[in-house]
Design a protein around this ligand. Structure first.
Ligand code: S3P
Length: 432
């Protein structure tokens, strides 16, 4: 069965395990003495690299038929790894584990692939240096990261000026082995899985929010407890199929067990605003995370929308697929304040713009705002997609085949394994 402009999306779909939660549960279960169990861990390369990193740092992790078993070591007990740690493509892995290492008395070199080697790390390491870690970066900004951690981290108050869960989580992980109270002020739009997981594991953490900011206080005077964790489905992966279903009237998709944390489902709000017929059919809370089942029953074409900068962090990874939705929605859509997209796995803002042109959609970039001139006519397609091995760009422009007369040409599709190894299997399963 081919995937093209006649395709509809139909069926009952379980998205793969959430990437952000998979990284965090491996790291945090790795900081508890005793056995934790993790099921539905994402099998993407990014997460497997974090798993390997935790093993190199002394954590024992075993895979059984049904789950992973993690036998952790207490905060401060990381062992000196014998090798350089390679994080592949993963910004989350390298940044979070930099935080963990920085308050342990070990010396480590962290590297990544050519994309990760171009991504800014100073945004994280400038905070970690303040607790007493000695950190060197290539050209003062990029990986390799050389860290000499401190066993005597200074408890500080941090204010984070970029809305980034990776910066916050790196600081929070350093706090696990910091005596005293660590305080963080950040934008409340960033994902809060580290906070939720620490609460579920019995840690002494307080979280407050006002209309713009979140305030976190951590004290390492209560041991973490072991946990049995079933990783919920990844909304950022499901976004490809949910958006695809909304693109095509006649589609009908049930989504089961999707993570429904409000910091992650901004794209659902955006699609609904555009006329996407998405309904929550069940909701529950497990380990402080909201999880839902959804029904998408699309009856009409989408309309254009405007997304304001403050709402971008709530859907930062979904802008590429939302730009495909906007291309097939009647009218001008504007996504404002996309500067962070320029420092993701690729310069996503530029690649979205260039690839839209290749498939026959007019767009403009003005001061990090993206303008997309959409309509629900089929696009010419047959574009040679430039994805720079960025998984989300590739998957978005593969979904774009649904709105093109001729399929686009996408060479080397292997980067989907970063976050969604079963993407093409699911395309085959749910397209009709
Ligand atoms: C992530 C946070 C986001 C997101 C990334 C995963 C996380 O990055 O883009 O895919 O798991 O913390 P930033 O925190 O840098 O915005």
């Amino acid at each position: 069965m081919s995937f093209n402009c006649r395709s509809l999306i139909k069926g009952t779909y379980f998205p793969p395990g959430d990437k952000s939660i998979s990284h965090r549960i491996l790291i945090l279960a790795g900081q508890v003495i005793g056995k934790s169990k993790i099921s539905n861990l994402l099998q993407g390369d990014d997460v497997i690299n974090t798993l390997k990193a935790m093993k190199l740092l002394g954590v024992q992790i075993f895979k059984t038929d049904k789950h992973y078993e993690v036998f952790g070591i207490p905060p401060g007990g990381l062992i000196q790894p014998k090798k350089i740690i390679d994080f592949g493509n993963s910004g989350t892995g390298i940044r979070l584990i930099s935080g963990l290492i920085s308050s342990n008395n070990i010396e480590v070199k962290l590297i990544g692939d050519s994309s990760l080697s171009k991504r800014p790390m100073k945004r994280v390491t400038e905070h970690l240096s303040k607790i007493g870690a000695t950190i060197k970066l290539r050209s003062e900004s990029f990986p390799p990261i050389k860290i000499k951690g401190t066993g005597n981290a200074v408890p500080l108050t941090f204010e984070i000026l970029i809305p980034s869960a990776q910066i916050k989580s790196a600081i929070m992980l350093s706090a696990l082995n910091t005596n005293g109270t660590v305080k963080i002020k950040e934008f409340k739009t960033t994902r809060d899985h580290t906070e939720n997981m620490l609460k579920s594991m019995g840690y002494n953490i307080k979280v407050k929010e006002n209309s713009l900011h979140r305030f976190i206080e951590m004290k390492n005077n209560q041991d973490l407890k072991t946990i049995n964790y079933n990783v919920p489905g990844d909304p950022s992966s499901a976004a490809f199929f949910i958006s695809a279903a909304c693109l095509k009237p006649g589609s009908k998709l049930i989504v089961r067990n999707i993570l429904f944390n409000k910091t992650r489902v901004g794209f659902i709000k955006t699609l609904k605003k555009m006329g996407g017929n998405i309904k929550v059919i069940r909701k529950r809370k497990i380990h402080n995370e909201l999880i839902a089942d959804l029904k998408i029953e699309q009856k009409k074409n989408l309309n254009s929308t405007t997304l304001e900068s403050v709402d971008v962090p709530l859907q930062v990874d979904e802008i590429p697929i939302l730009s495909i939705a906007a291309s097939f929605a009647d009218g001008l859509s504007i996504f404002r304040g996309l500067k962070e997209l320029t420092v993701k796995e690729s310069n996503r803002l530029l690649l979205i713009h260039k690839n839209l042109k290749k498939i026959g959609v007019k767009s403009e970039i003005k001061n990090f705002d993206l303008y997309i001139y959409g309509n629900h006519n089929l696009k010419k397609g047959a574009g040679v997609i430039k994805h720079d091995d960025d998984h989300r760009i590739l998957m978005s422009f593969f979904i774009a085949n649904m709105i093109c007369k001729k399929n686009n040409i996408i060479k080397d599709k292997s980067c989907v394994k970063t976050s969604y190894p079963t993407f093409f299997k699911h395309i085959y399963q749910f397209s009709n």
